[in-house]
Ligand binder design. Structure first.
Ligand SMILES: *Cc1c(COP(=O)(O)O)cnc(C)c1O
Length: 385
């Protein structure tokens, strides 16, 4: 079985909303399936090692990765396919391996807590030096780039939703020949394409919006640079942090609907954020789509949507937030985000969360349910306070 996809060079450039549906398909031919089959194998018939296209062994390469890697690479406007990994953290570990030994890494103090935990372990082991910054404070970040080797960016940040001035920061890293890596999980390539703004590398937790159904753990690294691509590919092969063929199939099936999912989740988010910000039992709301939000102007300029995560604070400190989450009947109290169902979590319950994340902050990942059902659940839970 050898299905090759329609080469992208031989077709018109597609809008990303079309690409996620039509990309990574076998070429149109009579009796060809419309989806690639899942290839469960550990090895391949092979003889010599001369042919460049010999797959050899399934830790090196699997045809089940190819369509998803092609679609994600093109979605991020990369010159090369993405590289899939066993989780977002596996992709992040691969990208962090690009920091030179003893190198200085500038990163948001409110990065994803797994990224913070991993970099602090690497720092303790003498592998690198971490310089935490407020990523929304452009002057502070630029000052921190002095003598640095790598800039790590998340925008918006998880869970504080701070928005970085991405093009300005990336122009600065380019001018200083500092490697730039952007965790684009929150925005997705439908809202922001960091490589087009000058980033060297993009990482994703495919677990979230790209797969979109809370049934897969997977990650990806994307870059246009041949040398970086080869380095990350070599890392994946030797560390063995590969994605399973079945998970990659599910992620590809999930990404097909990302545009419609994100549209609904974003319109729900805008309505819920506005109502939350007027609720007497809510102390503060962060959502870049709110006119009064500190990140609003920047996000409106740089992103084609405001995303679907809201952070809000309630009275009664940690107990108040736990009470609200405990009272939900529709919304699920759970970690993670980016799925079709609305999830809520008090982030500070994790020991690895930075102390500057408030105890009473609830991160709401807004799904695609009916917005009035969501609001009814939120308001009855807030009445418990
Ligand atoms: C969830 C998440 C990760 C980690 O991804 P996993 O797939 O859980 O390993 C990394 N970055 C961000 C922004 C995330 O939300």
């Amino acid at each position: 079985m050898n299905f090759s996809s329609t080469p992208s060079a031989s077709r018109p450039a597609w809008d990303p909303k079309t690409l996620i549906v039509a990309g990574g398909r076998p070429a149109h031919a009579v009796d060809a399936p419309v989806n690639y089959p899942v290839t469960f194998t550990s090895t391949y018939h092979s003889q010599g090692l001369a042919a460049a296209d010999e797959r050899v062994y399934a830790r090196f390469s699997n045809p089940s990765w190819d369509p998803f890697e092609e679609v994600l690479g093109q979605l991020e406007a990369a010159a090369r396919p993405a590289l899939v990994f066993s989780s977002g953290m596996a992709a992040i570990a691969a990208a962090l391996n690009l920091v030179p030994a003893g190198g200085v890494l500038v990163m948001p103090k409110h990065s994803y807590n797994g990224s913070l935990a991993l970099t602090s372990e690497l720092e303790a082991a003498g592998r690198l030096i971490v310089r935490p910054v407020d990523i929304a404070d452009t002057d502070e970040v630029i000052a921190a780039l002095e003598g640095a080797h790598v800039l790590w960016v998340e925008s918006p940040t998880n869970p504080m939703l701070e928005v970085a001035d991405l093009p300005v920061l990336l122009a600065e890293t380019k001018a200083r020949e500092i490697l730039s890596i952007v965790d684009n999980t929150f925005a997705t390539p439908l809202l922001q394409q960091p490589l087009t703004q000058g980033a060297d590398v993009v990482v994703h937790s495919v677990t979230k919006y790209l797969s979109g159904h809370s049934d897969v753990i997977m990650g990806a690294v994307v870059t246009s640079d041949e040398k970086l691509h080869n380095t990350v590919h070599g890392y994946r092969t030797l560390h063995g942090s590969i994605a399973s063929p079945m998970d990659t199939f599910l992620a590809l099936r999930g990404v097909r609907t990302m545009a419609v999912r994100l549209d609904r989740s974003q319109s729900n988010s805008q309505i819920l954020a506005e109502r939350l910000s007027e609720h007497p039992n809510v102390q503060a709301v962060r959502y870049p789509g709110l006119k009064q939000d500190p990140g609003h102007q920047r996000a409106a300029k740089l992103m084609s949507g405001f995303g679907a995560v809201i952070a809000f604070q309630v009275g009664g400190s940690a107990d108040g937030a736990d009470k609200v989450i405990g009272a939900f009947k529709l919304i699920t109290g759970a970690t993670s985000l980016g799925g079709v169902e609305t999830l809520a979590e008090r982030r500070a319950r994790h020991a690895s969360e930075p102390v500057s994340v408030p105890e009473n902050l609830i991160r709401l990942s807004v799904g695609i349910e009916d917005v009035e059902d969501l609001w009814a659940d939120l308001s009855q839970a807030l009445e418990q306070l």
